[in-house]
Each structure stands twice: as C-alpha cells, then as structure tokens.
Ligand binder design. Structure first.
Ligand SMILES: Nc1ncnc2c1ncn2[C@@H]1O[C@H](COP(=O)(O)OP(=O)(O)O)[C@@H](O)[C@H]1O
Ligand SMILES: [Mg+2]
Length: 585
C-alpha cells in the first residue's frame, strides 16, 4: 500500500485527497490494512470476497462509500452493488455531507470514502456550500475527542479548492509496481493456460524483457486489457501490441503528441560531444541497466542559437535509443482558468508516466515557463506553481522517462529549472568541419550526390562561416531552385524533357551563399547574452554553465570568439568583408 496514505490513516488525518486511477485497488488496499491481522480471510487479502467481508465486519473499522449514482453505502453494499438491488440513500452530495457531519456514537473507527466528487470541489462560486461543509467536517472530525473519524476524497482528477488547501492532505497514489504487474500478468496467463488443453497452445511465462518494461506505467486494469488482447491476437505477450496501446492513450489528451521521426545521428552534422554523452547513456533504462543499479539520467537541456539543430538532434536521439518521443506542449498546459494549469500539468505527467519508457521532449521550454519571475503580479503565481510541480515531478519520478528540453532564450528560463537538468549543452553555430558535414547531409537529403556533381562540402564550409544548420539547409534548397531556373532560361523553347534533371553546380551554391545574411546579424543581443551566460572556463577548455556542444579544431577555437566579437561589434563592415573573403577563396 502507498506509504503516505498508510501514514495519513494511522495518524487519523481528518481530510485526505487521494489522486489515483484505480479506485478498486486503492479501496481494497485501505480495507486490507484493517483486516490484515484478522485470521479468517482469503490468501490474497483481496478485501472483496465473502471471507474478507466477514473479516471487515469483525475488524474495528467501519467504512462508508459515496458515489453520486448510488449515494452513501456501507462498504459491503458497495462491494455487492451490482449483485443486489440497493436503494440509493443520500444521493445528493449535500445530503451525504450532512449525514457524514452527524455524530453517530460507535465504538469503531469510521472512514468515509467519497468517489469522484472532484466536480463539486472545483473553485467556483456554485460549489461554495460543499466546500464550506467539507471544511466544517474536517474541523469537526479533528476536534472530536470521542470518535475517530476521517474522510478520504478519491478521484483520478485533482481539485483542491483554495479554502481547503490548509486542511486537506493530497496524496498521489502511484501506479502499480513491477511486482504487482507481474503478478497480474501471471494470473491471467495461468487462467488462460488452464483453459487450453494442448500443451503446445500454452503460453510460456518466460516473457520478453521489453514486455514487462512496456507494461510499467499502466494501471492493473489496463494491464489486464492489453494482456488479454495480446493473448487473443498473438498467442503471446507482444511488445508491439503494448506500444500501440500506449500510443492510443495519447489520443485522449491534446497536451502531448508522439513525434514520429526517421532521423538518426547520421542525419545530424557535428555536435559530437552531445552525441557521445547520449550514446554513453543509451540503455541505462533497460531492465539490465535498472538491475545493475546504474544511476538514472533524468534530463538534458540543449540551449543555444536558433536553427543550429537542437530540435533536430532531439528527434534523432529518440530513434537512436529506440524509445518513443513524446512532445509536451508547455504553452497548452497553461490556461487562464483557476487551477486548470496545475491540473493540466498533472494530467500530462500521469499520461507520460503511463507511456514510459519514453523520451519526453519539451521543445522551446521557455515558451511555457517564461515570465515566472513576475508571475506573482501577472498570473497569481500559476506559472511559479507549475514550475514547482515540474521540479517536484522531475525529482521524484523513478520511472524510465528521459527529458530532453530545448531553449532558445535562456534569459526567460527560471534558474532553478535550468540547474535541475543533469547536463546542459550550449549549441553554438557550427564549426567549419560541422558545416561541411551539414552540407553533405543536406545535399544528400535533396538527393544530390555531391561526388558525382563535383561539389566540395569542405570548400563550401570554408565559405559559409557564421551560418547555422538551418541556413545551410536553406542555401542548398535555394541553390537547387537557382540551378533549375538557370536551366529553364537556357532551354527556353526547347524540349521540356531537358528540365527533368537539374545539374547543380558548386557555383550555384556559392552564389546563394554570397547573398545570404547570417541570422546572427539580426540577433546580436541574444547571442551576446547567451555566450556570456555560458561563460568560458580556460582550464577546462569548456563552458562554465553549459558544455559546448560543438567541437572546434585548435586553430578554430579563438576564431569563433573572434568571429562573434567581430559580428557583435562592427557588423556591417565585417559582414561585407567576410563575404568578399568568402567568395575569393
Ligand atoms: N547539425 C545539423 N545537422 C543537420 N541538419 C541541421 C543541423 N542543424 C540544423 N539543421 C537543419 O536545420 C533545421 C532547423 O534546425 P532545428 O533543429 O529546428 O534548430 P533549433 O531547434 O536549434 O532552432 C533542421 O530541420 C535541419 O534541417
Ligand atoms: Mg527548435
């Protein structure tokens, strides 16, 4: 059972809010706690069978359960609800609250469990009477010296009105452990095996390790559904079936989406330090990694100049690791309605947990979190609270979820968030060698074999200093259009067939390069801030607050700073000079 809830029950907290997906399991866990020392009950201590129900009667606890559809019921009535025709009592929430508030002297401890009443606890004026009544109950239970009574609100959605925040403890009921999942799966497989006669049709319990890893993060209910489907369709537990099922969970939320990508590290030019860092950590999530107790890496922040391949690399790493890439849209988390942003974030994290092992991709993270510094003035602290929730979740999460976040404007990101990432890389404009690699990749992407066309990526790299990866991509695209245009003019009036193959030449690319004004020119303040923020450690030969993501040759190292300095100081003249220099080479 969840330790926090066990403690809250032991110390008789008058009002507890439990957020959890599996109400049967949670209620059974609570009941089992009270009957565990009673002799006569079933082996699994299920809390629901006839023996267990008898044990509950013998125990020193009395449990009542409320549902809007059936009103307030005794525990036994709740268990038998669908077998016996039970007339609802106190069906209105207001009536139930009044009933609960009444003191009926009993020598037993009393526990009220309210299911799915979160709608009555949203912070709206129409709910004011319920909220007040609940506060009365909490205070009354607390001060009552003669009776031990407590109330548990249980729902999959969190709704704690501000007025109750100081009276109510919130507990997140974790998803089933690996052991609980294995127990469930084994039970289903046993049932299946005993139903088939021929030995060849029986299912082996030696499951593929990725199956058990894949089931992690699902509820027992979902585990059962997927196990049964998998057995029916494949006559075994199938990892792909589990993956597909997890994908279908995503369709239920608009905060998250799976990013489909076929990019690999080979499609990313340069950034070797980041690739090395990621490659070393590949497999930390697997069953073997977890068994070997390899410390889990939780997250990586890529910060830097726009268009230098941060998002591109994130996508490639997901493929490299063979894990799904789930993108969280931070700006969709925020909502102007009170409490909804926090609730959205909670919903997103619960869904992400159910999809683990996975990579959580938060692109341009500053877009959601920016403005937290002034949040007390602008949004009543919502941003600050969501950041707080994010940090707590990041810290406490033990599921295999790797977070990769990108950021273009570090000045908008709260420092406490930045410091939390295991590693930070500063993605700078590419070095000469990296530019050559990017030219190679882009030419290949647009199906131009540079070897056959006599184009030299190395020479192009020399002539494209200061350009970002995105700009190189744009240059290659524009050059192909240029070549096509040239051919069209040349072949005017001739057979259109001559246009179907376009001969791209190096001078087409050079011509486009010559006219390209680097984006660096238009965002000098941002870049200056970024470079200064990262800092430079002369001993380490690397950045202070983030590692440099781009490896430069010895003789290039000063070059980049010089280039940046030149760009940041004199600009116009420099750019012109650079173009001239470039075209002469
Ligand atoms: N290092 C790189 N290797 C290959 N392509 C790159 C690289 N950097 C940028 N690109 C190209 O530029 C585009 C924009 O890059 P992106 O990752 O969106 O930049 P950022 O996220 O840093 O703003 C990519 O889709 C890719 O085509
Ligand atoms: Mg990006």
């Amino acid at each position: 059972m969840n330790k926090e809830l066990a403690l809250a029950i032991d110390v008789v907290r008058p009002l507890v809010y439990v957020v959890g997906e599996e109400e049967y399991k949670i209620v059974s866990d609570i009941v089992s706690k009270f009957i565990k020392d009673i002799d006569k009950k079933c082996d699994t201590n299920c809390g629901r069978c006839t023996e267990c129900l008898k044990a509950v009667e013998k125990s020193d606890i009395e449990i009542f359960i409320y549902k809007t559809t059936a009103g307030l019921m005794s525990y036994k009535e709740w268990v038998m609800e669908f077998e016996k025709d039970i007339k609802p009592k106190f069906q209105l929430f207001q009536e139930t609250l009044s009933e609960i508030a009444k003191v009926t002297p009993t020598n037993k401890r009393t526990l009220y469990i309210l299911l799915d009443v979160d709608t009555y606890l949203q912070d709206t004026s129409s709910n004011i009477n319920y909220i007040r009544k609940l506060k009365d109950i909490a205070l009354n239970f607390y001060h009552d010296q003669n009776n031990i009574r407590s109330l548990i609100v249980l729902s999959s959605e969190l709704a704690v009105p501000r007025k109750l925040q100081r009276y109510e403890e919130v507990i997140f009921y974790s998803l089933p452990t690996s052991e609980e999942i294995a127990q469930k799966v084994n039970q289903i497989v046993d049932d299946y095996n005993s139903s088939v006669s021929s030995a060849s049709k029986k299912i082996s319990k030696e499951y593929d390790p990725s199956v058990m890893l894949g089931l992690k993060g699902l509820t027992l209910f979902e585990t059962e559904q997927i196990t049964l489907t998998s057995i029916k369709r494949h006559k075994k537990l199938c990892a792909d079936e589990i993956k597909a099922f997890k994908k279908s969970i995503l369709r239920k939320t608009n905060l998250l989406e799976i990013v489909e990508t076929d990019l690999s590290f080979e499609d990313v030019g340069g950034m070797e330090p980041v690739k090395d860092w990621l490659s070393k950590r590949e497999g930390v999530w697997t069953e073997e990694g977890i068994k070997a107790e390899i410390p889990q890496t939780k997250g990586l922040l890529l910060l830097g100049i726009t268009g230098c391949g941060k998002s591109h690399l994130s996508k490639a790493m997901a493929r490299q690791w063979g894990l799904p890439l789930i993108s969280l849209n931070m700006s969709r988390v925020f909502s102007p309605r009170v409490g909804e942003s926090e609730a959205n974030f909670l919903k997103a994290t619960k869904t992400i947990e159910s999809l683990s092992p996975c990579i959580l991709f938060i692109d341009e993270i500053e877009k959601g979190f920016a403005g937290s510094q002034s949040s007390t003035f602008s949004d009543a602290g919502t941003t600050a609270r969501v950041i707080g929730n994010f940090l707590t979740w990041y810290q406490d999460n033990e599921l295999p979820i790797f977070i990769i976040a990108t950021c273009n404007s570090i000045q908008y990101l709260p420092p406490e968030l930045v410091s939390r990432f295991d590693e930070k890389f500063f993605v700078n404009i590419p070095s000469t060698r990296e530019r050559a690699a990017i030219f190679d990749i882009c030419l290949k992407r647009y199906k131009r074999d540079w070897r056959k066309l006599n184009i030299s990526p190395t020479q192009l790299a020399d002539k494209s200093a200061l350009l970002t990866g995105r700009e190189i991509d744009q240059v290659v695209k524009a050059s192909i259009v240029e070549a096509f245009y040239e051919q069209r003019v040349k072949n005017k009036g001739k057979d259109k067939k001559d246009l179907t193959t376009v001969d791209l030449r190096q001078d087409h690319i050079e011509k486009v390069l010559f006219n390209k004004v680097p984006i660096l020119k238009t965002m000098e303040d941002d870049i200056k801030y970024l470079v200064q923020w990262v800092g430079w450690d002369e001993d380490k030969k690397d950045g202070i607050r983030a590692n440099y993501a781009n490896r430069r040759e010895e003789d290039e190292k000063d070059d980049i700073n010089k280039l940046l300095n030149d760009v940041l100081s004199s600009k116009e003249d420099y750019i012109k000079g650079w173009h001239n220099k470039g075209s002469k080479k």
